[in-house]
Structures are given as C-alpha cells and as structure tokens.
Design a protein around this ligand. Structure first.
Ligand code: AVJ
Length: 325
C-alpha cells in the first residue's frame, strides 16, 4: 500500500463544468467587475502567498501558527484519532503542529490535503511523507466545492475538516452559507470542523497586512492577471493596473482591488471574450472578512456545527474554533 496518492480532479470531465472560465466571464461582465480569489493560486501565486505569510506586517499566519502550536495537543486529545481533511492546504506548514500532536499521542493519521495548486501540494506532500513516517496522504488537486462533493465517508475513523488561515473570510455571506452546507454534507454526526478566523482589530494593523512595504501583496494581486492570461489566453498588461487594499469598517472586511490606469480592452482567446476597461475602474479580487468569535459561534450553530471550544492568542487577534456536527 502506497503512502501517497494524489488525484487531479481539475483535469477530469466533471471539472470542465467548474473550471471552464464561466466564473471569470460572470465576474468581468458585471457593472462592478470582480474575480474569484481562487485565481490567485497558480504555482507562482502560491509561492507569493508563502512569501506573504513571512512578511512582518502579515500577522495572521504566525498568530494562527502559535495557537496551533500551543493547543494542538489539546485538540488532538479532544477529537481522538481522526481522518484529517484540509481545505486549501498550501504548504501545510501550520498543519504540522496538528500532525505533531496526533503523532505524539501515537495515532497513525490519514491526511487529505486539498488545494487548487498541484505543484505546492505535491512538493509539500512528499516532504511530509519523509518527516512523518506513519502518515498516509491522499491529496486532491481541486476546488473546495468539487473536493467536498467527492469525499466518500471516512470508514475507519471520525473525520475532521480543517479550514485554516481565515480563508472563510474570502466568502460573502451567501457563499459562506453554501460552503458550510457543503462542509456539513461531507461530515457525519460526531465528525469535527476546525476553523481558523481572523478577528476584528484596529484598522491600521489590518491595512498594513494587505499593503506590505515590500510590495509582495501587490505582486500577488497582479499575478492573478498573468494567471488568467495563461489559463484563458488573455492579454492583460500588468502595468496597466495598480494594487489597492482598504478596510471597509462598515462591513468589517478588507477589500482588495486592481485599479485600471487607462482605458483599454482585454481579450481572452479561449473564452472568445473582450472586456472594456475605463480609467479608474476597479476589479474586486478579494474580500477578507474579519470576524467576532461570539457571532461566529452563533452562526456555526445555526448551520448545525456545534462549537465545542475555541482558542486565541494573547492579543486576541486570531481565533481557532473546534466544532462538531
Ligand atoms: C489566504 C484568504 C486568508 O485573506 O488574508 C493575503 C489571502 N490576500 N494577502 C487573506 C491574502 C492578501 C489570505 N487568505
């Protein structure tokens, strides 16, 4: 029995209905243009995101990592042996604190990392095999939606779906509702959901995290355009757009945009699509909502996920919530 399997769900027939660019067409033909954040994460974009995680201004990753390091064992003891499913696993760096904890108790884990970027998933899975000799890995290169549909019931143990890094913050309320119903469909009664959320805090701290002094976040934002160029035969010129991120205090969310610097047209060969841009027009590429632990607890409960316990850091900047179906 091999310890590593990777399925490429974005290459099959089923994938053609969700990876056909219809979301790009929809986003760019609206009066207020937007693009789905998942297009940040081609191989280059995943690398840039790793760089973001190390930036001095970008507090979420290291804050969440410290919580996982401090309370990983508590979580592992609480859930017992689990099959670990991780949505948006990326480099799986923070997840190692959980793997360490389960390993310390002596559990032989099955880990299912799910990510849209194949190269980062392959690289990190291979390294995990070396570092965790008893680990079995079944990776899925997939969107969350497709992966959650494809998950078969976990036969031998309970399952825990992990959604770290506050990626839930990328979803608006409607997308959040849909996402959580997909999550609960992939769980059975007694299974767990581990959620990491970035919490509300002073604006200057949040805005600095998305406007770093080295310009990595700007590069990450603009890279979505080169990804779309290569994926759909587009001719976006990156120097015709500028990065902007600001915190909307009414809706408690970072709004990240690309601002068009002069009027021009962009063409996507593979979509047979032309889009006009005017000077000053913006594309919304990401919202990153900042949450409140209590409200999130109520919301999760209303979705059938019972909050069991939550953990935070000394500043109360980031929250980790363990829920049970
Ligand atoms: C991976 C979605 C949690 O919203 O903070 C980082 C992505 N965007 N810098 C976030 C991101 C700009 C990140 N998430």
């Amino acid at each position: 029995q091999t310890r590593l399997n990777i399925d490429y769900l974005l290459q099959g027939d089923l994938a053609s209905t969700i990876d056909d660019g219809s979301d790009v067409i929809r986003g760019l033909t609206q009066p207020r243009k937007s693009l789905p954040p998942r297009y940040f994460y081609d191989d280059k974009g995943s690398q840039l995101f790793e760089q973001i995680c190390d930036l001095p201004e970008y507090y979420p990753t290291r804050t969440e990592a410290s919580i996982l390091q401090n309370y990983g064992l508590e979580i592992a003891k609480k859930t017992g042996l689990c099959e670990l499913v991780e949505l948006g696993s990326g480099s799986s760096t923070k997840t190692r604190f959980l793997l360490d904890a389960y390993q310390a108790i002596g559990y032989h884990l099955r880990y299912l990392p799910i990510d849209v970027s194949g190269s980062i998933l392959e690289d990190s899975a291979k390294q995990l095999l070396i570092d965790y000799p008893s680990l079995h890995i079944h990776g899925l290169v997939s969107t969350y939606e497709l992966a959650l549909q494809k998950l078969t019931p976990s036969p031998l143990s309970q399952r825990m779906i992990c959604f770290l890094g506050s990626t839930l913050g990328n979803f608006n309320q409607e997308q959040c509702d849909l996402f959580l119903s997909n999550v609960t469909s992939a769980l059975e009664e007694g299974d767990y959901f581990l959620l990491g959320i970035d919490l509300q805090k002073p604006v200057d701290i949040i805005e600095a995290a998305y406007n770093d002094s080295q310009g990595v976040t700007a590069e990450f934002n603009l890279n979505m355009l080169s990804h779309l160029n290569s994926r759909f035969g587009g001719n976006f010129e990156l120097n015709l757009f500028k990065h902007r991120a600001f915190y909307n205090q009414d809706s408690h969310q970072i709004e990240m945009r690309l601002i068009c610097q002069r009027s021009h047209q962009v063409y996507f060969k593979e979509l047979e699509l032309s889009i006009n841009f005017t000077e000053g027009e913006t594309i919304l590429t990401e919202i990153s909502r900042k949450f409140n632990l209590e409200q999130m607890g109520e919301y999760l409960k209303s979705k059938g996920l019972t909050p069991l316990q939550h953990w935070t850091d000394s500043k109360g900047w980031f929250g980790l919530m363990l829920c049970q179906l």
